[in-house]
Every structure is written in structure tokens, then in C-alpha cells.
Design a protein around this ligand. Structure first.
Ligand SMILES: [Zn+2]
Length: 367
């Protein structure tokens, strides 16, 4: 249960958690001298997309002149790397949508031509806040909130060509809480009144997105799959993604498996990360070989006690009515063992996907 449900309106308690500002870059320039009704339609669609991805797991606080302010109590985001996935996955969906909107319009007004100039950035901090529930969101208060809300940290996201437009910037306090190392990020420091020196590290989301697009997909193609299962769920892509990747959650819905994190080469989940699973027949070592939050990931499953290896791809598609479709594909390394698919693997995995639906519904009802 979240703390929000126990809030007393007169004395809202001080909470600890993550504070996120998702801010569209190029917002002011975009609205200058354009067909306002076209521009508003585009911005509305993009804000809805961002809020569909962030909320949940985060809670909406307020809209701040072109930005979405949201927060999460610690217990709502127990896995630190989930926050990295949240910025990367939301950014990829935003970028894809911007291109889709532009491609689907034949209008040549300035608002429609300039759509691809819009970009997305995140400012993220961990600290204390007071959340008072108001209609349509929460009023978020506290010194730590203003560090993010007033965009003070924005100046620290600079590259060689000047200020960046697409990034996720975390305070050092936030990264420490997430348990994530800043080694692969760009560090910076600045001083602010009331705060003193604040250290940050940021990720260039645009170049990360381009690198990922240029990387060859390792996912199992439909025609190469020995088994393809689909199932629909009543959650957003980020929430389903967490069920598929959080070791505690996986252990709950995957029968006979007990997952523990094993190796995190970059200090996080991603390509090369390994998980171990103890089960009745020994140990499975999982190695992630393809990682695209919140679209798909592919893992190699290797039985350590006897020679059995297979690839698993999980792919998520958004549907209407806030539902998602999960497609699971399996390919065995040893094709002579394919007879096992129909008699063992198919019923086993199908039961897992159904169990996941029940657990998601139970969790939703408990909130
Ligand atoms: Zn137009």
C-alpha cells in the first residue's frame, strides 16, 4: 500500500522518495508563431504519452509550464535501475511518437514541420517532500522539490556543443539511493542558494537512443521461434516490464523458479547482466543479450547442470484502453529437443503467463 492512501489532509506526513520533472525541450520556441490549434494537438498527445509511461509507477504531482512533475515513495520504486529504464523507455516511446506524428501529417504549417525539434529531458532527485492530495494530482512541497521543479539543475546538462536537449540528469544523492554507479554518466557540480554544492551525473538520451537503434536486434524472429505465446494485460508497458525483470516479482509468477541478481557489469540490468535461478533441477544462468526498455528484451537461459540452452524474447506492445500485449518467443539451442516444446514448455509457460495476470490483478486490487 502506498503512503498516499493514509494521508491526513491537515497534517500530511513528510515522505522520502524520488522527485522527477519530465520536461519537453523546445516548448517555448515551438509555440512561437505557429498554428496554435495544430501545436496544441501535438503537445497534448506528447504529454499524454509521457504521463502514460511515468504514472504509475510514479504519482502525478502537477503540470509545470510544459513539464510534468511526479514523485514516487521509496517503496513504489524498490529497484533502483527501474528509474533508468523509466527515463530510457519513456524517451524511446517519445522519440518514436514524434517521428510517427510527423510522418502521418501532410500539413506543412510551422507547428507540424517543427514537430521533430521537440525533445525530452528529465531532472531527478531523491529527498524529502510533503505530498498533499488535491484534485487531479498532489501538491508537492519541500526544498528538495524546488531543486527539481524550478529546473535549477538544468545548467549542469551541457555537452561539447552546449546545453543538451535530451537527457536524464540525476543528483548524486539520487544515484546513491538507487544503488547505481555514475561511471558511465557525465558528471558535473554546481552551487545553488539554500542547497550549496550539488553533484549530478547525466545520460545523453538522444545518443543512447541512436546507439540502440544502430545495434543489431538479437530478438528471436517470429519465423525462428520454436514457441510463440501471447497474453494481454491491463497495465502500462513500464509496469509489465518491471514484472518481467524484477527478480522478486519474477519469482512470484514463474513457477518453480527463484531468481537472484548475479552479475551487473555496468552496475545495472542491461546487456551482459546475469541472473541466477535455483529450481528443482539445479541452476539456470540467465544472460541478457538484447535490452530495449519498454519494447523488448532477449535472454539466453543456460542450464548449468545439464546441456540445455534456449533463448527467450519478451516483446511488449501498447494496445487501446491502456492494455498491453506480451509476446513471448522461445528458441532451443539444440533443435533435436524440439519435441519438448509441445509437451513440456508450452503448457508450463502458458500457465506462467496466466499466473502473471492473476498477480497483476491482485496487486491492482490491493492498492
Ligand atoms: Zn499543421
Amino acid at each position: 500500500m502506498t503512503q498516499a492512501a493514509t494521508h491526513d489532509h491537515a497534517h500530511a506526513p513528510v515522505s522520502q522518495g524520488y522527485i522527477v520533472l519530465a520536461d519537453i525541450s523546445g516548448f517555448d520556441e515551438y509555440l512561437t508563431d505557429v498554428e496554435l490549434d495544430h501545436a496544441q494537438g501535438v503537445l497534448k498527445e506528447l504529454y499524454e504519452l509521457i504521463s502514460d509511461y511515468l504514472i504509475p509507477p510514479m504519482t502525478l504531482a502537477s503540470l509545470e509550464g510544459g513539464a510534468i512533475l511526479a514523485y514516487a515513495h521509496d517503496e513504489d520504486l524498490p529497484r533502483g535501475d527501474a528509474l533508468l529504464e523509466l527515463t530510457e523507455g519513456t524517451y524511446a516511446a517519445f522519440r518514436d511518437r514524434v517521428l510517427t506524428i510527423r510522418r502521418n501529417t501532410t500539413c506543412n504549417c510551422k507547428a507540424c514541420i517543427n514537430i521533430p525539434n521537440l525533445d525530452l529531458k528529465f531532472l531527478i532527485h531523491h529527498g524529502e517532500f510533503i505530498a498533499r492530495d488535491i484534485e487531479g494530482g498532489s501538491n508537492l512541497m519541500g526544498l528538495d522539490v524546488s531543486l527539481v521543479r524550478d529546473r535549477l539543475l538544468k545548467d549542469q546538462a551541457v555537452g561539447e556543443e552546449g546545453p543538451r536537449r535530451a537527457y536524464a540528469l540525476y543528483t548524486e544523492t539520487c544515484l546513491t539511493h538507487m544503488g547505481i554507479s555514475a561511471d558511465t554518466m557525465i558528471p558535473n557540480t554546481a552551487s545553488y542558494p539554500h542547497f550549496g554544492e550539488v553533484k549530478t551525473a547525466h545520460v545523453d538520451l538522444k545518443s543512447q537512443y541512436q546507439t540502440l537503434n544502430d545495434t543489431r536486434h538479437q530478438a528471436i524472429e517470429d519465423s525462428k521461434a520454436d514457441l510463440t505465446l501471447t497474453h494481454e494485460y491491463d497495465v502500462s508497458p513500464p509496469v509489465l516490464w518491471d514484472w518481467l525483470n524484477d527478480p522478486h516479482k519474477r519469482t512470484r509468477w514463474q513457477n518453480l523458479r527463484d531468481w537472484t541478481p548475479f552479475l551487473r557489469p555496468e552496475g545495472r540490468l542491461g546487456v551482459g547482466a546475469q541472473n541466477h535461478c535455483a529450481h528443482g533441477l539445479g541452476t539456470i544462468e540467465e544472460t541478457i543479450v538484447d535490452w530495449r526498455p519498454y519494447e523488448s528484451f532477449t535472454s539466453e537461459m543456460n542450464q548449468l547442470n545439464f546441456p540445455f540452452k534456449m533463448l527467450e524474447t519478451y516483446q511488449i506492445e501498447s494496445l487501446e484502453n491502456d492494455r498491453v500485449r506480451l509476446t513471448m518467443r522461445v528458441r532451443l539451442a539444440n533443435q533435436r529437443l524440439r519435441f519438448l516444446v509441445g509437451i513440456v514448455l508450452a503448457p508450463f509457460f502458458r500457465a506462467d503467463l496466466q499466473r502473471l495476470e492473476r498477480l497483476i490483478a491482485e496487486d491492482g486490487a490491493a492498492k
